[in-house]
Design a protein around this ligand. Structure first.
Ligand code: C2E
Ligand code: MG
Ligand code: MG
Ligand code: MG
Length: 287
C-alpha cells in the first residue's frame, strides 16, 4: 500500500521514487493531485456558490434557497462536491472553506434583502469539523453583526448522520438557536436515528433524503416512510423539506402528503447568483 511504499522509498533513497510512483494506485495519485489543488483553491478564487430555490408547496412562493459549493478549475474537469467535500473534511481544509461559504452566504442574504429580490432564507451546509471548531459560535455571532442580517434568514444544515456521532450537538444547537439562526437536519431518513432523539435538538426543519422522494412512486415502503416522516415531523412542529423532487408526479405525491417546502430539478437546478435572480423574477411574475 501507499504508506509502505512511501516508507520504503524514504528508506532507500531517491532512485526508488520511481518505484514509489509505480506503487501508487491511480486513485491515490488522483487524490494527492486533487488535494494539492484544493489547498490553493480558496486563494485562487476557484470557488463560487450556486443557489437552488426552496418553494412553498401551498402557495408556490419562493421562500429561500440552499447554497451549494462549486469548484471551477480553469482548463480542468469539474469536480463535484461529493468528491472534494469529503477530501476537504479529511484534510481539515473544510474549516477555512466552510468559513468562506458562510461569509459569502451572509453577504448574499444582505444583498438580496436590500434589493428587489427581497429577504430570502439561505441554507448553508455545515460539516462536523466546523461544528467541532473552537470559536464556531463566535464566528457566527460575528458574521451576523458584520453583515447586519436577520439571523432567521440563515439556516444551518447538518446531516442526520453527523448529529448521531456528535457529542455535544444539543449544547451547540441550543446556542445557535439562541442566536436566532434556523437549524435544519439534512438527509433525514438515512441515519437510522430516532426522531424523538433528534427533536431534543429543537431543529426548525427536517429535510427528507432524496432517495425516499425518488423511490416513493415505485416503492410502497419508501412512500410509507415518506408519509410517516412528514406526519411525525408535523406533529412535532417541524417544517418538512422534500429534496430531489424531479417530476410533476413526485410533486403531486408530496402535495397530497402536505410536505411544506419543495426543492429539486422539477423547479430548478442550483443556479449561479445572476441566473438565480433572473429565475426568481420570472417565477414571481408567473404567480
Ligand atoms: P445536500 O446538502 O443534500 O444537497 C443536495 C444535493 O442534491 C445537491 O448536490 C443538489 O445539487 C442535488 N439536487 C438538488 N435537486 C436535485 C434533484 O432534483 N435531483 C437530484 N438527483 N439531485 C438534486 P451537490 O450540489 O452536488 O452537493 C452534494 C453534497 O455536497 C450536498 O448534499 C452537501 O452534503 C455537500 N455540500 C455542498 N455544498 C457544501 C458546502 O458548502 N459545505 C459542505 N460542508 N457541504 C456541501
Ligand atoms: Mg444540504
Ligand atoms: Mg440533503
Ligand atoms: Mg447529501
Amino acid at each position: 500500500n501507499a504508506d509502505t511504499a512511501m516508507y520504503r522509498a524514504k528508506a532507500s533513497g531517491r532512485n526508488t521514487y520511481q518505484y514509489y510512483t509505480h506503487e501508487l494506485t491511480q486513485r491515490t495519485r488522483r487524490q494527492l493531485s486533487l488535494e494539492h489543488h484544493l489547498r490553493s483553491a480558496l486563494a485562487d478564487q476557484e470557488f463560487h456558490l450556486c443557489y437552488q430555490p426552496l418553494i412553498d408547496q401551498r402557495t408556490n412562493a419562493i421562500v429561500g434557497a440552499e447554497a451549494l459549493l462549486r469548484w471551477d478549475r480553469e482548463g480542468a474537469v469539474t469536480i463535484p462536491p461529493s468528491e472534494f467535500i469529503p477530501l476537504a473534511e479529511e484534510r481539515g481544509l473544510i474549516v477555512p472553506i466552510g468559513k468562506w461559504v458562510l461569509e459569502q452566504a451572509c453577504r448574499q442574504i444582505g444583498a438580496w434583502s436590500a434589493s428587489d429580490i427581497g429577504p430570502l432564507r439561505v441554507a448553508v451546509n455545515v460539516s462536523g469539523r466546523q461544528l467541532d471548531q473552537r470559536g464556531f459560535t463566535r464566528e457566527l455571532d460575528d458574521l451576523l453583526l458584520r453583515h447586519q442580517i436577520r439571523p432567521d434568514l440563515l439556516e444551518l444544515e447538518v446531516t442526520e448522520t453527523l448529529l448521531l456521532h456528535h457529542d455535544n450537538a444539543s449544547g451547540l444547537f441550543e446556542y445557535l438557536s439562541q442566536l436566532g439562526l434556523r437549524l435544519s437536519i439534512d438527509d433525514f431518513g438515512t441515519g437510522y436515528s430516532s426522531l424523538s432523539r433528534l427533536t431534543q435538538l429543537h431543529p426548525n426543519t427536517l429535510k427528507i433524503d432524496q432517495s425516499f422522494i425518488q423511490a416513493a412512486l415505485e416503492n410502497a415502503n419508501a412512500a410509507a416512510i415518506t408519509t410517516a416522516i412528514i406526519q411525525m415531523a408535523h406533529s412535532l412542529g417541524l417544517e418538512v423539506v422534500a429534496e430531489g423532487v424531479e417530476t410533476p408526479e413526485q410533486l403531486q405525491f408530496l402535495r397530497s402528503r402536505s410536505a411544506d417546502l419543495i426543492q429539486g430539478y422539477h423547479f430548478s437546478p442550483p443556479l449561479k447568483v445572476h441566473a438565480f435572480e433572473e429565475w426568481v423574477r420570472k417565477h414571481r411574475s408567473r404567480l
